[in-house]
Design a binder for this molecule. Structure first.
Ligand SMILES: Nc1nc2c(ncn2[C@@H]2O[C@H](COP(=O)(O)OP(=O)(O)OP(=O)(O)O)[C@@H](O)[C@H]2O)c(=O)[nH]1
Ligand SMILES: [Mg+2]
Length: 201
């Protein structure tokens, strides 16, 4: 099995993007395994992506606590299965909630082990000058140091100015793979999926 960690700050769209990628990979109904920060495991079944979105996506901060795993391939061989691990959003600010802090620790544990990293950023929150936030840059550099397959996904393309920010980021990080998506409008998902399902490396 191949693990892809969906990493990024809170509310950037990690969960919605994970669900949409899974849907575009051909999964109509969905099993989601939730590993809570405490270690407790829950399995949830959704009849379709819309049900999953209603339950798992919100604009509250830190909706996802712990790791949420779902499939992003429909192959029968277990060795070729691609698993998306949606995670608790990281933050460079101090976080008071213990459960969120523990969730972030689980995200970091997963970063050390994962095969692929998708660093999701909210394009509408990118700073002028198109630089990444401190915590995002740290995560990207960590993945570079591990020499694992990685990409940045600039999400929320449907919001004003995001295309320009994404173009700026591409110039800044020329060596890195950068995709632009709207998880909301299901745009730009094909190239991300191809990148994830690529066989080599
Ligand atoms: N406009 C727009 N909104 C989006 C997009 N993707 C996600 N959102 C919205 O952003 C909010 C957060 O989405 P989530 O998928 O829950 O974000 P997350 O990164 O998983 O957030 P946490 O689990 O809280 O860290 C929701 O209101 C989504 O509907 C997008 O492409 N465009
Ligand atoms: Mg989430």
């Amino acid at each position: 099995m191949i693990d892809c960690l969906m990493l990024g700050q809170t509310n950037v769209g990690k969960t919605l993007l994970s669900l949409q990628l899974s849907k575009h990979a051909g999964n109509t109904s969905l099993f989601v395994m939730q590993q809570l920060p405490t270690g407790e495991i829950r399995e949830r079944f959704f009849v379709n992506t819309n049900e999953a979105i209603k339950t798992l996506v919100s604009d509250h901060r830190s909706t996802t606590l712990g790791l949420q795993t779902m499939g992003a391939s429909v192959g029968t061989l277990l060795s070729s299965r691609l698993l998306l691990r949606d995670s608790t959003g990281l933050s460079s600010q101090a976080v008071e909630d213990n459960m969120v802090r523990l969730g972030m620790a689980r995200t970091l544990e997963a970063l050390v082990k994962t095969d692929i990293v998708l660093l999701v950023v909210d394009g509408s929150r990118l700073q002028a000058g198109c630089i990444l936030d401190e915590v995002d840059e740290w995560a990207l550099r960590f993945a570079m140091m591990r020499k694992i397959r990685r990409a940045v996904v600039v999400n929320k393309l449907d919001l004003p100015g995001v295309k320009r920010m994404s173009d700026g980021l591409k110039k800044h990080w020329r060596q890195e793979q950068i995709f632009t998506t709207s998880a909301l409008q299901e745009k730009g998902l094909g190239p991300v999926l191809q990148f994830l399902q690529r066989k080599e490396e």
